[in-house]
Design a protein around this ligand. Structure first.
Ligand code: M6R
Length: 619
């Protein structure tokens, strides 16, 4: 969702801000803006639309983005906005300037009591230029700044925060203190990047890894004051807090397209590498190691049930995890969409382990669900991609997926890495519980280690899928049908198709078709059937026949060992053989490629689909 960048230092500030905003585009937004202090003047440029349009506006206003020019800007902030309060418009874009022009504010999150604060400020004579909740913060800080004898912007921010109810990552630039930036955080991520004679802030590290790898993930209720040479972090009372500088392991290339037309394509091509990076280091001498989450028999015997919470793609990974853990460990598992979990009355106590799955580590629904699980006494293990993210920090334990930055809104490689972690967890738990003997345990480890090569083989045949998409992208409706593990695979790939191609798409359990949905099958309906489980072949062939006789075009995705089986499909795509338990990891890739090409042929903006944000930090 919204993105923040801020910079103080000798480089061309506008260049840093606009490049940072471009990097954060993937989070999803509808308007963008920058504010900066040049020669002692507070400047503000903001626009509805993309960063490209903001760049043009900056150039038209006569400011240079060229690094070779001397930087006359003492400090600057920038923002990409994903509208919540007030439609996308120039006025509602951030930054917001206070009425007397003293300061500019960018904000991620929601100020829940903004209406009340707005009434208060109006009585004090403040006039509002936008419909946003953020503008209230700008006016309120200015109001307290005016009352403050020492004219200390840090003190004014801390005072205003006492009145503000809600969530925020807030960054403030004040014309009277042109060499300082103030940031505050509660329930929204903000990262400090420490350089030499320069400092950065951003919503995530991708916006700064080109310049520095030394970062501090701010905690809730911390206030940061930075100049180009200094960093001071306090609590809301102004008392210094201890903070840790961490080194980012991601490299700058990982946020570039690297020759691919889209990040999504690049990220699918990274799947072999990231699966290996997630799985291989955790397998040693025939055993699986889950880093800081040591599991022994006593611990496992104390776990009576497992609870999985996640949203979207991560939820679909969780469904596979439920299947695996129940099958291998014989422990009851409930997998719930995080946004529904918080309204349920789950059976959870200190004998429950909750697995929390999130690529971004910032999804608010997932965070809220994790909080509830903890309150009920459950231990938590998070499977997270973004290092230092909120869920990673708030969970009792974390297992990182080694997917690197995922820029495309449609999650692909992170899903595959999440599966990698879930297989490791299920196998380890099963072995510790004595449900999986050494021989079978090592057999499955070996199967996992062979997955990267097999993913490579699928990528080499991607043109087969491309060809199919090139002649079917005009369909109005697509159904994904599968049974068992293939049903979860269908759920995930149906989501992928709808989110990037806008084609109506549904996933159905093969057996459910005849209970209603088959009424929707007609001439020209496209049906995709992953069939990877041996004992489900004949049932799935019956499903294919049922839809084919009603006019559907059927694409089947099957392993090589089914080569001699006749299916009534129109086209079949073959994936390499593997143990059928591992098939979801291979089966998803051709379906992701299919969704990708359907969207490309339809002319959709693959990496930035309409209405979607990469990291969903609102309920
Ligand atoms: O960052 P998270 O994994 O918590 O995000 C969860 C969902 O918002 C995410 O998977 C979403 O469904 C993706 N756009 C799917 O491609």
């Amino acid at each position: 969702m919204c993105g923040i960048v801020g910079y103080i230092g000798p480089r061309n500030t506008l260049g840093i801000l606009l490049n940072g905003l471009s990097t954060l585009e993937y989070r999803g937004y509808d308007s963008a803006g920058v504010s900066f202090i040049q020669d002692g003047r507070l400047e503000l440029i903001k626009k509805k639309g993309y960063v490209k349009e903001l760049r043009e506006a900056v150039a038209q206003a006569g400011f240079t983005l060229d690094d070779r020019h001397t930087n006359r800007i003492s400090a600057g902030i920038g923002h990409t906005r994903w509208a919540t309060h007030g439609a996308p418009s120039d006025e509602n874009s951030h930054p917001h300037m206070s009425m007397n022009g003293k300061l500019c504010v960018v904000h991620n999150g929601i100020i829940e009591n903004y209406a009340e604060l707005r009434r208060f400020l109006k009585k004090k004579g403040y006039v509002f230029a936008s419909e946003t909740d953020t503008e209230v913060a700008a006016q309120l800080i200015e109001y307290y700044y005016g009352l403050n004898d020492n004219k200390d912007i840090n003190a004014a921010v801390r005072r205003a925060l006492k009145d503000i109810v809600g969530s925020y990552a807030l960054c403030v630039l004040c014309v009277d203190e042109p060499d300082r930036l103030i940031c505050a955080k509660k329930d929204n991520p903000i990262v400090l990047g420490i350089g030499k004679g320069e400092n950065f802030i951003a919503s995530d590290v991708t916006a700064m890894i080109e310049y520095t790898k030394d970062v501090v993930f701010l905690e809730d209720n911390w206030i940061l004051t930075m100049t180009k040479d200094s960093v001071e972090i306090t609590d809301v009372y102004g008392d210094p807090v201890e903070y840790k500088v961490e080194a980012v392991v991601w490299d700058a290339d990982s946020v570039q397209k690297g020759g691919y037309a889209h990040f999504m394509m690049k990220e699918m091509h990274e799947e072999p590498k990231i699966f290996e990076a997630t799985v291989e280091p955790r397998i040693k001498d025939g055993d699986i190691y889950l880093e800081h989450f040591p599991v022994d028999e006593e611990y496992m015997k104390g776990i009576h049930n497992i609870n999985i919470i996640a949203c979207g793609t991560a939820f679909h990974a969780g469904c596979v995890g439920k299947y695996l853990i129940e099958k291998l460990c014989r422990i009851p598992v409930v997998c719930t969409v995080a946004s529904e979990f918080i309204y349920s009355d789950p059976i959870i106590d200190e004998h429950t382990l909750t697995l929390v799955i999130s690529q971004s580590g910032e999804t608010l629904d997932t965070r809220n669900a994790m909080k509830k699980a903890k309150e009920l006494g459950s231990g938590t293990l998070a499977i997270v991609n973004v290092i230092g993210s909120t869920i990673a920090r708030e969970a009792d334990n974390v297992l990182y997926t080694a997917a690197g930055p995922e820029i495309s809104v449609a999650s692909t490689k992170a899903y595959v890495a999440q599966l990698g972690c879930l297989y490791l967890i299920a196998l380890k738990f099963a072995h510790v519980l004595g449900k999986l003997d050494k021989e079978k345990y090592e057999y499955y480890q070996n199967e996992l280690l062979q997955i990267p090569d097999k993913l490579e083989q699928i990528l080499r045949k991607q043109t087969d899928i491309q060809r199919f998409a090139s002649t079917h992208f005009n369909v109005e409706s697509t159904f994904f049908i599968g049974r068992g593990l293939d049903y979860f695979l269908s759920m995930e790939t149906s989501l992928k198709l709808k989110e990037i191609s806008y084609i109506h798409s549904e996933a159905y359990a093969g057996g459910e078709l005849k209970h209603g949905t088959i009424a929707l099958i007609e001439d020209g309906t496209l049906v995709v059937c992953p069939i990877t489980q041996d004992d489900l072949v004949s049932k799935m062939e019956s499903n294919i026949k049922e839809v084919a006789t009603r006019g559907a075009t059927v694409l089947a995705i099957v392993p090589e060992r089914f080569r001699d089986i006749k299916f009534s499909c129109d086209v079949r795509f073959t994936i390499p053989d593997c143990d059928e338990l591992m098939a979801p990891i291979l089966g998803v890739l051709p379906c992701q490629i299919f969704a990708y090409y359907m969207a490309v042929y339809k002319g959709c903006d693959v990496d930035k689909p309409r209405n979607l944000a990469k990291s969903v930090t609102v309920e």
